[in-house]
Design a protein around this ligand. Structure first.
Ligand code: GAF
Length: 383
């Protein structure tokens, strides 16, 4: 985990002096509820212990200076009053977009020096961009005394990503980063943003939740995600529903009869995935955590065969892990690469890890990064 003292030292080196504070925001994995958020549906993510830290100090001259420890050593120097959607095309679009979104929403915020560092892998489907946005949103809220709530900051972070950086994501990742609590998964109804914190402690049940980063980079901005979203919205419109969330499982066949065949897979996935979230919630509420495994694997099959967002590497992880004795596995996040979550007994975890590593080596794939996830805390002031 990147430490607060390292970030303070980095800030002093780049900008001189001390920051006004240090704020942190985590990455996430989604247990279940994939590609449901922009269909007004349910999601169930947990925050990771991997996080982005932002050491920040306000400036009175309207300049926004952004420096990332993971960047190319350059400091991005912007003028807050000149921020325009689409004008920043590097990683700095995410933090700058948050400042833009705050001002668009009428908050009178000025400039700042912001030093960013963290250990959320980028392009791994673990929400590094949402963590970046939320770290800066919470830093600005603290520095400028805005008094905004975590969901309000999450919505501003999503606006930054949608309208400033031009990535049409749903609200799950920002809500997870902003609102999760340690030891719990976040059940979120994306229609009304109501949340429930659902205890999730795999270790207490003799289990492990492994995250396998396949190292296949995914990019939500490349058009495929937008096309899926547009397909879902078109299907809802043709079916005469506000969103696909409004199609009940019992009506699925009837609704498919109203739609062109190329939309069937999208609709089938979203409608059955909604049911899988509800099923997972019931299993967690009754302490049957191991029972979540097969639901994950069914979710992966749906993402692979109906929604078509898996790839050979994520499929290989799922297949290998389950064959090696895992309780279940599925890709997590937007897809087209990224990471897989694997639910396994603690005893089988090493064997599952070794089997996945061997399968990747045999297939000639890059060595995956594998770690055990625990439900971490959401964003806030780190110091
Ligand atoms: C990405 C998006 F950013 C989320 O909003 C969500 O749609 C997810 O893909 C798929 O569930 O992480």
């Amino acid at each position: 985990m990147t430490g607060v003292s390292a970030v303070r030292a980095g800030f002093a080196e780049v900008f001189g002096g001390d920051p006004a504070g240090v704020w942190a925001a985590p990455g996430r994995v989604n247990l279940i509820g994939e590609h449901t958020d922009y269909n007004d549906g349910f999601v169930l993510p947990i925050a990771l212990s991997q996080r982005i830290l932002a050491a920040a100090r306000p400036r009175s001259d309207g300049r926004l200076r952004l420096h990332s420890a993971q960047g190319d050593g350059q400091t991005t120097d912007l003028t807050v009053a000149n921020l325009r959607a689409g004008a920043v095309t590097t990683w700095a679009a995410y933090p700058a977009g948050v400042v833009w979104a705050l001002r668009e929403a009428g908050h009178e915020v000025g400039g700042a020096d912001v030093y960013l560092a963290g250990d959320v892998p980028t392009g791994a489907g673990l929400s590094s961009s949402a963590a970046l946005e939320c770290a800066v949103a919470f830093a600005y809220d603290g520095m400028y005394g805005l008094g905004l709530t975590a969901p309000q900051l999450a919505l501003l972070a999503q606006r930054a990503e949608n309208d400033f950086a031009g990535v049409p994501c749903g609200v799950m990742d920002q809500m997870a980063s902003a609102c999760c609590e340690a030891g719990s998964a976040l059940f979120l109804d994306t229609r009304d943003l109501s949340v429930r914190h659902v205890p999730f402690d795999a270790a207490a049940h003799g289990l492990r939740l492994l995250v396998v980063d396949t190292r296949v980079k995914h990019d939500l901005g490349d058009g495929a995600y937008a096309a899926l979203r547009a397909g879902c919205e078109r299907a809802a419109e043709l079916a005469g529903r506000r969103a696909l969330r409004d199609v009940a499982l019992s009506e699925l066949d009837m609704v498919l009869g109203l739609l062109p065949p190329e939309l069937h897979g999208l609709v089938r996935h979203v409608v059955t995935e909604q049911a899988r979230v509800t099923e997972t919630l019931a299993l967690l509420h009754t302490g049957r955590v191991a029972g979540v495994g097969p639901v994950l694997t069914a979710g992966h099959a749906s993402l692979r065969d109906d929604f078509r967002v898996s790839c050979p590497e994520t499929d290989l992880v799922v297949e290998t892990a389950v064959t090696a004795g895992a309780l279940g596995a599925r890709m997590t996040g937007g897809g087209f690469g990224g990471s897989v979550i694997v639910l396994t007994s603690a005893e089988a975890a090493d064997g599952v890890t070794a089997a996945v590593e061997t399968a990747f080596a045999e297939a000639g794939y890059a060595r995956p990064r594998i770690f055990a996830a625990e439900a971490g805390a959401g964003a806030g002031r780190a110091e």
